[in-house]
Design a protein around this ligand. Sequence first.
Ligand code: PHE
Length: 330
Amino acid sequence: MAKTKISLKLLKNKAQKEMLQAKDLKDLDIVFKKYLGDEGEVTLVLRSLKKLPKTKKAKIGKEANELKNFLKIKFAEAAAALKEKAQKEAELKEWFDITVPGEKVAFGHLHPLTLVQRKCEEIFQFMGFSIIEGPEMEEEWYNFDALNIPKNHPARDLWDTFYLKNGLLLRTHTSPVQIRYMEKNQPPLRIIAPGRVFRHEATDSSHEVNFYQVEGLMIGRDISVANFKAIIQEFFRRFFSKDVEIRLRPSYFPFVEPGFEIDIKWGDQWMEIMGAGMVHPNVLKNAGLNPSDWQGFAFGMGLDRLAMIKYKVDDVRLFYSGDLRFLNQF
Ligand code: PHE
């Protein structure tokens, strides 16, 4: 009996020690089975009780059962502790340091052509012009015929474009917006029409298959070239934030008469920046206006050209390259 008693005490210490050494629930389960499993050491002691005399059986049986219950509780406690430990470790893995400086969110910004377009809109709006848009996919009538460029007229060669399967074409300039607007609105009027235009031509550092223009149109009873000059002079002064010398050079566009090209003095060079002129009587007629009642000027300016001068960009293709090394500079 003394021997059994000693072995029960030993079992208790051993089991407890091993329980504490268990690193995880799997380890603990092995220890549990070793003592309380079907073939476990405590289980075997209990099973061997049958062979003992009655008096001893009661005493040792009681002690062995107490040990069994004690160990069960201890196992449950150890299991709970291990579970908690595992959970804490998992939480620790997710833990983060809120004092570490965050990663900067990269903000985008407007494209240089958009910046230039918005600046133009702001200046012209200030001078009483409304901003009007027209379709990029245009009818031949608006892009050519109504602008006094009949079929087979050699001037069409100046504006070769992409003809679409649906019978429309990609507009070669913003001038069709003149017609569309005059059809629906009675003079006096002042509008600008910014937008994308297309040309079927080879690209180089100053030509792209698509680019941006701002069309201008001012019609009234007695609008003259003098009005045009004053307005455009003021526009450039505001756009470049300084006085800019301009000159008008005679030129030909079928939809104006007289027509001219406007150059601005940049450094010691004259740069061609827009086409303009007094709206041709045929154009007024095509838009439903009586040329003996109304007159005015129109101009078409290349936004890309303007942006190239303002930002000193030497290749128009950069605007359409999507190259961040270029775009990040604006
Ligand atoms: N539409 C012409 C072009 O694209 C520019 C222009 C507009 C000229 C208005 C005169 C008047 O070349």
